[in-house]
Each structure stands twice: as structure tokens, then as C-alpha cells.
Ligand binder design. Structure first.
Ligand SMILES: [Zn+2]
Length: 110
């Protein structure tokens, strides 16, 4: 896959991004796209932050809770592990209308 050249942009520091991300996730479930608009990132740039956040939350006894993506055409549910990035196509029916996974922080206590 070839990536188009992106102009250099003043990327916010990762720590700041993840802090904001965490605040958004505590507020309620959101898709990567929703988070990207709130954080001013591209959608695909949100995923690595989510993965990092999932690991650091686990170390603190919290959890990144994922509602897996599913196919709007046949109902195929993508498993939780694969669904951090929104799948582009359903492996069952090859439909391209995929409901994006939703993320939130599960503190375990309520
Ligand atoms: Zn499908």
C-alpha cells in the first residue's frame, strides 16, 4: 500500500492526546471517528492511541471496553481484538456498510 505524502503538521504530544482521549472515553462511548473529530486527529491516527491506552488502563485495573464492529447487512460481528480499527469490509457477505466499534472506559466499579 502506498501512502500519500502528508504535509508535516504540528502533531500534539502523545501524552496530551491520550489524556484528552481518556477524558472523552470516560464521558461515554464513542467511535474512533467521533474521537478523531474531538481530538483533531485523523481517524486512523486514533487507533494506535487507543491500543496504547488499552494497555496502560489494564495496568491500572481499568479497561478499554469495546463494542465490536458489526456488519449492517448480515449482522456479522467482528471480534473485539480485531475491531479497534474499523474493518472496511464484511468477510461473510462482503458488504461495506460496517457499524464502527465503540469505545469507552470501564472502571469496573460503576
Ligand atoms: Zn456482512
Amino acid at each position: 500500500m502506498s501512502e500519500p505524502k502528508a504535509p508535516p503538521s504540528p502533531a500534539p504530544r502523545s501524552e496530551t492526546v491520550r489524556h484528552t482521549l481518556l477524558e472523552e472515553l470516560r464521558r461515554g462511548a464513542a467511535t474512533a471517528w467521533e474521537l478523531s473529530t474531538r481530538l483533531g486527529l485523523r481517524e486512523r491516527d486514533v487507533t494506535p492511541h487507543l491500543e496504547h491506552l488499552a494497555r496502560s488502563l489494564r495496568a491500572r485495573g481499568e479497561r478499554l471496553s469495546v463494542t465490536p464492529a458489526h456488519c449492517l447487512r448480515c449482522g456479522y460481528a467482528f471480534d473485539e481484538r480485531r475491531s479497534l480499527a474499523k474493518p472496511s469490509r464484511c468477510p461473510a457477505c462482503r458488504g461495506e456498510r460496517i457499524e464502527a466499534p465503540r469505545f469507552r472506559v470501564d472502571t469496573g466499579g460503576g
